[in-house]
Design a protein around this ligand. Structure first.
Ligand code: FEO
Ligand code: CA
Ligand code: CA
Ligand code: CA
Length: 584
């Protein structure tokens, strides 16, 4: 039986009210603590530089510390629910917080530090006798993967002409991972991280008419200014370097000597994350949304079956299989369209020379197949008990605009400021080629005037669903990401700060579990195997620092979690005071 499933109600806690306070709010009977904010040393032996609150840590020090902007995370048990590895993404950086003088000056060490604050961290954590969690430092498991860490490339794009660069003429070794957003834990014990908005990192001076770059959102401009000291980020000079980002990267946290692998068979996208199911005969199914307006939802099905023996035994499982893209039809059915070279329009005559080019140009291939253009698909969640799948479509203010696609069955609201959650069930097993879908909930606030912003939430109102996962008892957890540019204003005037909600998939009831500090979004959340500790990530409290000194705009002012100095992204650990299962 699932932990805590002994007859009680699925949602047993008292909901918390909306809040605009610069604090974490949890239900009565719960306690929270902050763990491992940006800048804390991860615990590599002999290399644990302390965080400097004035942001004067060097690039070399940042390479040994927690990155910025905590996002997707998972817990890997070393000793059940008592000791484990916390693996998490550090999505991007805010230069105003990362450097003592922001962007007033620019130099090679700033680029090194910015790259070092990206990527993934592995920390060992343990629960104390008093119930509190703390990092084990040093730990032989502690690691940082940054935007400069060497990574292998496998699958159909490995060694492809479009992956070769001056620095890597073989096209099989990439430096770094970028804009790591959501993440997935595989049944064989590894970590999958999604490279999301990689396009914005590249400067582009030459050839603005390159149709491939254009389709992926590369634009003329200076990008992150990394190219000024790391020339590979100049896409005019190194046009293939962008092709080496936008992948799902697999990391084996249990093997401290392992090299991360970019899994190109799973397709190139502005990947939000990667959620893994197994078919009844043990093949891996990877779902991934592409968080961009009018982009796609993907599903990869492996050819081989998972083997016992962890990451090492499954080192090529995600390298062979069939990638599909979703089409949602108006009759409540849908179809997974295969992205296979030589099938349908995916031929050399149409610009797809081989399967490598199909996966590198997955967007163009999905365009050619007529896949459904969605309202920014973020996390995908899997209910192992009912075998239902969910995807959060966070919002799309351009839906139905003059130059953009109109509404359709799956994306039914013009100017979709509030977002919605799709739910579907595959025909047969998770590898099904068709599915039946519905809207689980349309987010919104019924007090809004505009019909499209009212929503149909049963219970506690919210906007902009982003994080999404189902716990062992079957609770659907929803983290929100209302943008700091709209928070507290207009149609969001009554919704306060971002929040974490718990939904009952059967009744549809949504109950608010937590509210976050000012300006933050709620990103990843996960539990220990016993369901008694919940870890969530708080990203970009106080966004945007350039407005910190604006007293007329206090919504954005945050000194969370330290109460002084710079706001810092951090993990929050939540327990029930009586030691019970979270949510009961
Ligand atoms: Fe990184 Fe789509 O959120
Ligand atoms: Ca997200
Ligand atoms: Ca988001
Ligand atoms: Ca955000």
């Amino acid at each position: 039986a699932s932990p805590g499933s002994e007859g009680g109600p699925l949602l047993g806690f008292k909901s918390v009210p909306l809040s605009s306070a610069d604090a974490i709010q949890v239900p009565e009977g719960y306690a929270s603590q902050v763990l491992m904010p940006w800048g804390e040393p991860v615990g590599i032996a002999g290399a644990m530089p302390a965080f400097k609150p004035d942001a004067s840590n060097s690039g070399a020090e940042q390479e040994l510390q927690m990155g910025m902007h905590h996002d997707g995370l998972h817990y890997y048990a070393l000793d059940g629910a008592r000791r484990g590895l916390l693996v998490m993404n550090h999505e991007y950086v805010d230069n105003g917080l990362l450097f003592a003088d922001g962007e007033k000056t620019w130099n090679a060490d700033k680029v090194r530090k910015a790259q070092a604050a990206h990527g993934v961290s592995v920390t060992e954590i343990t629960q104390q006798a008093d119930g509190q969690w703390q990092a084990v430092r040093p730990s032989r498991h502690a690691r940082r993967f940054t935007a400069a860490t060497p990574m292998a490339v496998q699958g159909p794009a490995a060694g492809h002409a479009l992956m070769k660069t001056a620095a890597d003429p073989a096209g099989r070794r990439v430096l770094g991972t970028l804009n790591n957003c959501a993440s997935g834990k595989t049944p064989w014990g590894t970590y999958l991280t999604g490279e999301e908005n990689w396009a914005y990192y590249f400067a582009l001076d030459g050839d603005p008419d390159n149709a491939h770059h254009k389709r992926w959102g590369l634009r003329k401009g200076k990008g992150t200014r990394w190219h000024e000291h790391d020339e590979r980020f100049d896409a005019g000079k190194h046009p293939n370097e962008p092709n080496r980002f936008g992948w799902i990267v697999e990391i084996d946290p249990f093997d401290p000597a392992s090299t991360p692998v970019k899994r190109t068979a799973v397709g190139r996208a502005a990947h939000e994350g990667a959620t893994v199911a197994l078919t009844k005969d043990g093949r891996a199914v990877v779902y991934s949304g592409e968080d961009a307006r009018f982009e796609y939802l993907y599903k990869f099905v492996s050819k081989e079956r998972m083997k016992p023996g962890g990451g090492a035994a499954n080192a090529t499982l995600l390298d062979e299989g069939v990638l599909h893209v979703a089409r949602f039809d108006a009759d409540g059915r849908g179809r997974w369209l295969p992205l296979v070279h030589g099938q349908g329009p995916l031929t050399a005559a149409n610009g797809f020379a081989d399967q490598g080019e199909v996966v590198i140009k997955a967007r163009q291939a999905s365009d050619a197949l007529g896949a459904t253009k969605l309202d920014r698909p973020e996390w995908v969640a899997l209910d192992q008990n009912t075998r239902e799948v969910y995807c959060a479509l966070t919002n799309n203010s351009r839906r139905g605009g003059d130059k953009d696609p109109g509404t359709d069955a799956a994306n039914p609201r013009a100017n979709n400021t509030m977002g919605h959650v799709l739910r579907w069930k595959e025909a047969g097993d998770f590898d099904g080629e068709t599915f039946e879908w519905t809207h689980f909930v349309l987010a919104g606030d019924p007090a809004n005037e505009r019909a499209e912003a009212k929503g149909n939430v049963r219970g506690d109102i919210f906007g902009c669903p982003d994080g999404l996962w189902v716990d062992a008892r079957g609770v659907l957890w929803i983290g929100t990401d209302m943008s700091s540019s709209v928070m507290g204003k207009g149609e969001f005037a009554r919704l306060g700060n971002n929040m974490l909600l718990a939904a009952d998939p059967r009744s549809g009831e949504v109950r608010r579990f937590l509210t976050g500090p000012v300006g933050c979004e709620i990103t990843g959340s996960t539990m220990t195997p016993d369901g008694r500790t919940l870890f969530i990530n708080i990203q970009h409290p106080g966004e945007t620092p350039s407005e910190i000194s604006d007293p007329a705009n206090p919504m954005r002012f945050s000194r969370w979690p330290d109460g002084v100095g710079r706001p810092r992204s951090a993990t929050v650990v939540i327990r029930k005071r009586d030691g019970g299962v979270i949510g009961t």
